[in-house]
Write a protein that binds this ligand. Structure first.
Ligand SMILES: [Cu+2]
Length: 189
């Protein structure tokens, strides 16, 4: 009997030990391959229409119309502007504003070769609002005066294109070509 008990104890002990044997659980971790399907954000830039606005200014500009007023103001007879820069083919309109009669006559010895006279000495603008138009094509310097008021200093200069001719060399009170070229907007008042 004693022997049997001993055997049982041994068996029990073994059994317990058996239970104690650790199970090596090899956790085969299946890697969660969550494939990150990255939707490629193809940011296609909006097609920008290349509007290359090349405003090509034509070499030959349209003829312009310039106005010169003939006035009597502050005790002075004068052309306004007294000096003017224009381009060949431009038109100049002389308009009587106050203090008539007026005219605009180019000094015969101060006109470019081939240049045209504006008004005849005998021509006069008698009333405010009266006008005289002239289209000037020959380049150069035109010095001109108002016959009734020349002695009172009513004289002026028009430079057509580039200065030239006898009007450029000497000066008797008119704006010089240099003054005309340097003036803002080509106007000497
Ligand atoms: Cu006058």
């Amino acid at each position: 009997m004693k022997y049997l008990v001993a055997l049982l104890t041994v068996l029990l002990a073994l059994g317990l030990a058996g239970c104690g044997t650790k199970r090596v659980v090899t956790e085969t971790q299946t890697p969660r391959t969550t494939p990150q399907t990255q939707t490629p954000q193809t940011t296609t830039p909006p097609a920008q229409p290349q509007t290359t606005t090349t405003t090509t200014t034509p070499a030959t500009s349209e003829p312009k119309v310039h106005e010169i007023e003939m006035v009597f103001a502050d005790g002075q007879f004068k052309f306004v502007p007294r000096g003017l820069l224009i381009q060949p083919g431009d038109k100049v309109v002389f308009e009587t504003i106050s203090g008539p009669p007026h005219n605009a006559v180019v000094f015969p010895d101060r006109i470019p070769e081939g240049g045209q006279q504006f008004m005849q000495s005998s021509q006069l603008l008698l009333n405010p609002g009266d006008k005289f138009e002239v289209t000037i094509t020959t380049p150069g310097t035109y010095d001109y005066y108002c016959l009734p008021h020349q002695a009172l200093g009513m004289i002026g200069t028009i430079v057509v294109g580039t200065p030239g001719g006898p009007g450029s060399t000497t000066n008797t009170g008119e704006p010089t070509p240099e003054e005309v070229l340097a003036a803002p907007e080509g106007k000497v008042n």
